[in-house]
Design a protein around this ligand. Structure first.
Ligand SMILES: [Zn+2]
Length: 469
């Protein structure tokens, strides 16, 4: 099977935190409660009527993880919009009975790896995805290295003549890949280039419990985190629909898609940290199955950390942006340290990199002045004309972000001031600035807005629908 790197080839990240960690959750030391309560059964402030909750819990209890990857169920139009605003769609028995929770396939080794450490707690079953043949049952895969060979894959000392292996553990969560503990199953693929991809397959709601904490701090208000869950669910299911049939995964675990750390993980300094929490499991459960739709279709719900006062028009940055992603004002993210920012760079480095991606031994092109050609405050990214003598190349804020050293520019929205030996950047926001503003969601939630109201502010003309699983 040819290996599809579709998701890895995206030119622009969805990442709200591309250069650094804002506003993704600060690392939280792993608490034993995570291990003691591995399944999402959080309790808290429920926004759904109690009888419906009882039904939800009953449905969750009998739910079994489907073995075959399934496409998401078709959208079901929810009862005509109520005249009162935004609340999450109510859940009904009729809808619950119809659909099955879809699985999601997450590539947890973006870019591929030569080898990695695998540790499965308890017993597991191995099968080949190429032949469906069972390779081993009741196998012990504790602390082994996975490597690729000419013929297939090697797990510890055992060689398998297949390039695609699925690991189905007896219990979940129990699979660790390079220190990250994941729920569900793991698929191993030996790629054509000899590298290995590990793809975690699990029910989408379990995946989201980690995404919410990986993408948004636990201290952000409940309504903001509920909104994050809905936006992340829609983003993920849209990617499933978009996936090439030949692709072996739907999303990456990195910020190129959505950050997904797993149930827990070990950081570079050896600390054991939580990748999900009681709180994230609760907000996912409270919004179970709810997605954003535009004209009854899923769309790509881009989001970023801080818009800096006005979101950017989606089509400024993304080819697949819909009209739901039009620029809207947002003063709700003022509290973020990146609402406004300044950075500087040596003039030499700027002149070396501003006009080209080629950084290897390139001579600096003297740039006499910089003229901003984009209007300010209109939802467009910054664009500049560089006066380099004979040539006057144009560059966009996105291009400069790619070309200048990582971390120099927090967003594609800034002004440039040339000085004798240095260049000053005066910018706004963090991340690409399109769609849902995470810090803005925090501000709106603190002002008493609901998750539905927050989402509708950033995505124009959309509806919230319950997929009914
Ligand atoms: Zn904002």
């Amino acid at each position: 099977m040819s290996y599809d790197t579709r998701a890895g080839d995206r030119s622009v990240n969805n990442s709200p935190n591309e250069a650094d960690s804002e506003p993704a959750a600060q690392p939280r030391l792993f608490s034993s409660s995570v291990e003691q309560t591995p399944s999402p059964k959080g309790k808290g402030v429920w926004i759904i009527a109690l009888p419906v909750l009882a039904l939800l819990i009953a449905v969750a209890a009998v739910q079994t993880a489907p073995v075959i990857h399934q496409a998401p169920p078709p959208l079901q139009t929810f009862a005509k919009q109520r005249s009162t605003p935004p609340a999450l769609p109510p859940k009904t028995t009729r809808q619950r009975a119809k659909a099955t929770e879809p699985d999601i396939r997450v590539n947890v080794t973006p870019g591929g790896v030569q080898s990695f450490q695998l540790d499965v707690r308890g017993r597991c079953r191995l099968s080949s995805l190429e032949t469906n043949e069972e390779l081993a049952s009741e196998t012990d895969l504790s602390r082994i290295m996975v490597t690729s060979t000419a013929k297939g894959l090697k797990l510890g000392s055992r060689q398998y003549a297949t390039k695609q292996i699925e690991i189905q553990p007896d219990q979940s969560p129990s699979i660790r890949v390079d220190g990250h503990l994941y729920r569900g199953r793991m698929r191993l693929f030996r790629r054509a280039d000899g590298l290995i991809s590990a793809v975690n397959v699990l029910p989408i709601e379990e995946y989201l419990a980690s995404v919410v904490d990986s993408e948004m701090p636990t201290k952000f208000p409940e309504a903001a985190r509920q909104a994050q869950a809905i936006v992340a669910r829609t983003y993920a299911l849209y990617q499933v629909r978009l996936a090439d049939p030949k692709s072996v995964f739907d999303l990456l675990s990195s910020q190129r898609s959505q950050k997904y750390l797993g149930v827990e993980y070990v950081d570079n300094s050896g600390r054991r940290l939580a990748g999900e929490s009681e709180s994230s499991r609760r907000v996912v459960k409270e919004t179970r199955g709810v997605v954003c739709t535009l004209r009854n279709e899923l769309f790509c719900t881009y989001y970023s950390a801080v818009c800096g006062g006005r979101t950017i028009n989606g089509d400024e940055v993304f080819k697949d942006a819909t009209d739901a992603l039009k620029s809207v004002p947002c003063e709700w993210c003022r509290e973020s340290p990146h609402y406004r920012w300044t950075t500087e760079l040596s003039r030499d480095v700027f002149q070396q990199r501003a006009t080209s991606n080629n950084t290897s031994g390139k001579k600096a092109i003297p740039i006499r002045s910089v003229r901003q050609t984009s209007p300010t405050g209109t939802g467009v990214i910054s664009r500049f004309e560089l006066d380099a003598g004979k040539e006057r190349p144009s560059v966009s804020g996105i291009e400069l972000r790619d070309r200048l050293p990582p971390g120099t520019l927090h967003s594609p929205h800034f002004q440039i001031k040339l000085e004798k030996d240095r260049v000053l950047f005066d910018g706004r926001g963090h991340g690409h600035g399109v769609g849902f503003c995470q810090w803005g969601a925090k501000g709106q939630a603190e002002a008493g807005r609901t998750s539905a109201e927050i989402i509708r502010h950033y995505f124009s003309g959309i509806e919230l629908k319950d997929l009914g699983y």
